[in-house]
Each structure stands twice: as structure tokens, then as C-alpha cells.
Design a protein around this ligand. Structure first.
Ligand SMILES: Cc1cc2nc3c(=O)[nH]c(=O)nc-3n(C[C@H](O)[C@H](O)[C@H](O)COP(=O)(O)OP(=O)(O)OC[C@H]3O[C@@H](n4cnc5c(N)ncnc54)[C@H](O)[C@@H]3O)c2cc1C
Length: 488
């Protein structure tokens, strides 16, 4: 046993040196682990062979919580679609073992996160090249999911298309958007009201000036299944999910780091304080990189790092606010949809799609950002449906005039009040903190591309596939919003 220990110790020492130098090429320097602790930890890990392997992701989370990490190469705050996708891509790009990724989530059931309640719509019909490309990649990721991950989880991607309806006010914008989208490889077509009526006779198009229809890579999918797929594959590749809430960062004055435009010494952080579900228990994790992907709570998390609170470059807050969205289901046996019935988004702000082929539909609406949303009570939800949703819905599809709600849900999403688009990339003050949040109503479809982009930044040192530089935090500093010019 003594011989074995000594051999392991010397082997570890050389491994530590190699790993340490390897890591410094891409990642921030970090102290090598004490050889004795490392040896004991590896022996401990070996003994786990005797334990029953975790069968479900939940069991895995429990097991890993018992092996609480004291440090990680990358800590991701938030394990929704965005955080989980980043974890998956980081592990994938570093050949599974090259990097220790920890995902923190205060609720590892994920039942209440925006991802779980999303409608899973996917469209490429945007005016920003970044959003078009992210959607196109999202569709490719979904289309290839069985080939990449196997048959275990079915995301139910239904590529039935996406139809946007514009009024006279939005017509020329829609035409410009389509031109740009098709330059980026989409197959989207413009339809006159007559052509729309011919294809979809149940629509009333008397007030519609023009429509655009995506013929490829558009439709909807099951957002919960997508989260399960990405998360379970991140776990398979070795990402460690921890059920804990990020509650603080520990700061250190770094006299050897100069930050342009910052007076005094740089106050860096490479430790996060987390609270375990057991309220008494607080722990710290040392990290080389930290990524804030906490959805609509990202601004609160960023404040823990002084963003929006401290002076100078830190004085600009993260502009992510919580906004409510409502989704209702209803049946209409009079109108049984065909397989090519697309998701339809109306210029009034409502969007609806079929759920299966037996006459069940889902309709969603986001109240205007300035509108004070009603509460989550059944009474308020029903009032919102009757006053705000049904009039627009039955205007567009007269057959829906008397439909009754059969189910509903509502929940918050991460609205970027600055310009309605995601913020992706490093924070300009911290050398080791990244942001991936504020995707507003596009977060699910963008998750595969955003995860890959953030992993590229960390592992390769820059974007390799879709260039998301313009979606960085810097646009807040120079006050250059990236508005999404859609339809009216
Ligand atoms: C009703 C509805 C319908 C939608 N429909 C669509 C759609 O059709 N298509 C589309 O693309 N998008 C849609 N969206 C938007 C989309 O769901 C979101 O943009 C996306 O889910 C955001 O993912 P996320 O991972 O950033 O956030 P989330 O899924 O909210 O995940 C954030 C995670 O961070 C965790 N967290 C927060 N604070 C902390 C902390 N301090 N410590 C640890 N963990 C923390 C939370 O527990 C949560 O699990 C919809 C949203 C809603 C609400």
C-alpha cells in the first residue's frame, strides 16, 4: 500500500506539472492541488467503482453534491438551456476531460426556469444577422439531435414552418428582413394576402398587407426535452451540476493587473460563495472563469460582482428584467389542422400553433413591456385571455371566436430592456467573467449556438463559427443598441 501511495504521489506530481502548464495556455493560472490531497481524492474516486452508478440526472446531482468541488476551471451560474448548453460545449470542445466545469443552479428540478415553460418556437425571421445565424444553427442542432445523441430523448422538432403577418406599417420592414435572411441561406418567401388565403383558408387576411413564410428549418420543438437532452449530455461528458445558489463573490486586490480606464488597483474575483439548500451551509468555489447565465435573475447575480453598483466601468448595470409571458391551450374541432399548418405570428403580438393534429392549439402573448402584467392567479390569467388575447385571435381566425381555454401557464423570461437582444461575451472589467443572458423571447432557439459561441471564446480565445462580437456588453458602454426590427 505504501509503495502504491508513493508511486501515485510521484505520478501525480508530474501530472500536475503537465496539466498546470497545459492549462495556462488557455485558462487562467491556478495553483496545483496539494499532491497528498490529490492522491487521496483519486483513491476516493477509485473506490467509487463499488458504488451503484447514478441512473438518473437527479441521482447524479445528489451524488456530485456529496463530492462538493472546492475549485473548478469554469463555474456557470444557471443550468437552464443557456447554462447547460455552455457546459455541454465546453466539455465537448475539450475532449471531455480537459476542463472541470461546474454548473450551479439553485433549483436543479428546473421546473420553474424560463426554459421549462417555453413554447419552443423556432424562426429565422429576424433583422439581425446574428439572430438569423443562431436560429439556423439551432434548427440544425435539433435536426441532427438523434444522429448526435442517439434515440434516447425525442425533442419532437416539428419543422412545419413559421408564418409572420404584417400590417401596412410593417410591410417594407418585412420585405427588407426577408432579403437579408435569404442572403444568410434561409428559404423564406413573401406571400400576398391572396396567396396566404389560398394556403391557409381559415385566416382572415383583410387587414394583412403581406406575410412571410419560412419553408425550411422553422417550426417548434419541446423545450423541456431539449433541456433534458443538453443537460444529460453535459453530465455524461463530466460537467458537475450542483444544487446551490450563488450568493456572493470574494474579491482580491491584484496589484499586478492593470485595467485601462480604471483608477487604483484591479479588484478581481476568482471565488464564489454559494448557499446549499440546507440554509446553514455556505461554501466557496475557486474558479478560473465564471459565466453568468441566470436568465431573468442575471442582473441580481451580476450585482453580487458589483456590476451596476461599483464606480467606473462597473457602474453600468446589466439591463435584464423579468417579464411575464402567457400561454393558453384550447380546442377547436371545427378547424382540424393539417400537418403543414405553420406557427403563426400576428402583428398584434399574439402567436399560435397547433399541438398535434387533433384540433388542439396553443396561443401565447407577451404583454407590452410597459404594461403592468397581471398576477399568476387563474382569474387574472383568464381576464388577460379574454381581454387581450381572444380579440386578436378571433380576428385572425374567425373559427376561434368561441373557444374555451383548456389549460394555461405563465412565467417570466429574461427581457433585455436596452434592446431586446442577448448579451454574450466577457464583461469589460473582469478578465475572467462572461455573460450569456437577456435573450428575451429567443432564448431557447438560440441556446445551442450561444453555448457553442461561449465555449469558443473560452477554449479557442475567440468566436470561430458565428461572430457574436456585436452582442457583447460593450454596446451598453458606447450606447449602441442592437434593435431587432421585426414587424408591426
Ligand atoms: C412562456 C414563455 C414562452 C417562451 N417561448 C419561447 C419560444 O417559443 N422560443 C424561444 O426561443 N424562447 C422562448 N421563451 C424565452 C426562453 O424561454 C428564454 O429566453 C430561455 O429559456 C432563457 O434560458 P436561460 O437558460 O437563460 O434561463 P432559465 O431557463 O430561466 O435558467 C436560468 C437558471 O438560473 C438559475 N439561477 C438564477 N439565479 C441563480 C443563482 N443566484 N444561483 C444559482 N442559480 C440561479 C435559475 O434557477 C434557472 O434554472 C419563452 C419564455 C416564456 C416564459
Amino acid at each position: 500500500m505504501k509503495m502504491h501511495l508513493r508511486r501515485l504521489l510521484s505520478l501525480n506530481k508530474s501530472l500536475i506539472d503537465r496539466r498546470y502548464f497545459h492549462r495556462t495556455s488557455n485558462l487562467c493560472e491556478r495553483k496545483p492541488e496539494n499532491p497528498i490531497w490529490r492522491t487521496l481524492r483519486i483513491l476516493g474516486e477509485d473506490l467509487q467503482f463499488k458504488r451503484r452508478a447514478p441512473k438518473t440526472p437527479e441521482e447524479h446531482v445528489k451524488l456530485l453534491n456529496r463530492q462538493f468541488p472546492r475549485h473548478a476551471d469554469v463555474v456557470i451560474i444557471g443550468g437552464g438551456a443557456i447554462g447547460s448548453s455552455i457546459a455541454y460545449w465546453l466539455k465537448y470542445k475539450t475532449n471531455y476531460d480537459g476542463i472541470h466545469v461546474v454548473v450551479l443552479d439553485k433549483d436543479t428540478t428546473f421546473k420553474k426556469c424560463s426554459t421549462a415553460i417555453s413554447m419552443g418556437a423556432l424562426t429565422q425571421q429576424y433583422s439581425l444577422p446574428e439572430n438569423i445565424q443562431l436560429a439556423t444553427y439551432g434548427a440544425e442542432f435539433l435536426r441532427n439531435s438523434k444522429r448526435t445523441f442517439g434515440d434516447e430523448i425525442n425533442i419532437n422538432f416539428d419543422p412545419a414552418g413559421y408564418l409572420l403577418l404584417a400590417s401596412e406599417d410593417g410591410a417594407s420592414q418585412l420585405e427588407d428582413n426577408i432579403k437579408l435572411q435569404n442572403e444568410y441561406g434561409t428559404i423564406n418567401i413573401l406571400l400576398s394576402p391572396q396567396q396566404i388565403k389560398k394556403r391557409f383558408p381559415y385566416l382572415d387576411v383583410t387587414d394583412v398587407a403581406i406575410g412571410s413564410l419560412g419553408l425550411e428549418r422553422e417550426g417548434w420543438f419541446n423545450a423541456w426535452d431539449m433541456l433534458t437532452l443538453i443537460r444529460s449530455n453535459a453530465i455524461k461528458l463530466g460537467a458537475q451540476y450542483i444544487n446551490a445558489e450563488a450568493i456572493d463573490f470574494l474579491f482580491e486586490e491584484k496589484k499586478d493587473i492593470m485595467v485601462e480606464g480604471v483608477e487604483g488597483y484591479y479588484q478581481g474575483t476568482n471565488q464564489i460563495v454559494v448557499k446549499l439548500p440546507n440554509e446553514e451551509d455556505y461554501r466557496t468555489i475557486e474558479f478560473a472563469y465564471c459565466i453568468i447565465a441566470a436568465g431573468h435573475e442575471s442582473t441580481e447575480v451580476s450585482k453580487l460582482a458589483g456590476i451596476g453598483i461599483k464606480p467606473g466601468m462597473l457602474s453600468i448595470p446589466l439591463p435584464i428584467e423579468k417579464r411575464q409571458r402567457y400561454v393558453y391551450s384550447f380546442d377547436c374541432k371545427e378547424h382540424v389542422p393539417s400537418i403543414n399548418t405553420p406557427m403563426i405570428e400576428d402583428y398584434s403580438g399574439i402567436y399560435f400553433r397547433r399541438e398535434g393534429l387533433a384540433g388542439t392549439f396553443l396561443v401565447g402573448a407577451s404583454p407590452h413591456p410597459d404594461f403592468t402584467p397581471p398576477s399568476d392567479s387563474e382569474e387574472d390569467k383568464s381576464k388577460f385571455f379574454n381581454e387581450m388575447v381572444l380579440p386578436c385571435l378571433s380576428r385572425r381566425v374567425p373559427a376561434f371566436k368561441d373557444v374555451q381555454v383548456t389549460g394555461s401557464w405563465s412565467g417570466p423570461y429574461d427581457y433585455n430592456v436596452f434592446d431586446g437582444n442577448g448579451i454574450v461575451g466577457p464583461h469589460p472589467y473582469y478578465i475572467n467573467m462572461y455573460l450569456a443572458t437577456g435573450f428575451s423571447n429567443q432564448g431557447i432557439q438560440q441556446a445551442p449556438g450561444v453555448g457553442r459561441a461561449v465555449a469558443e471564446m473560452i477554449v479557442d480565445g475567440g468566436f470561430k463559427t458565428i461572430d457574436l462580437t456585436r452582442l457583447g456588453f460593450d454596446r451598453l458602454i458606447v450606447d449602441k443598441p442592437m434593435y431587432q426590427l421585426r414587424i408591426a
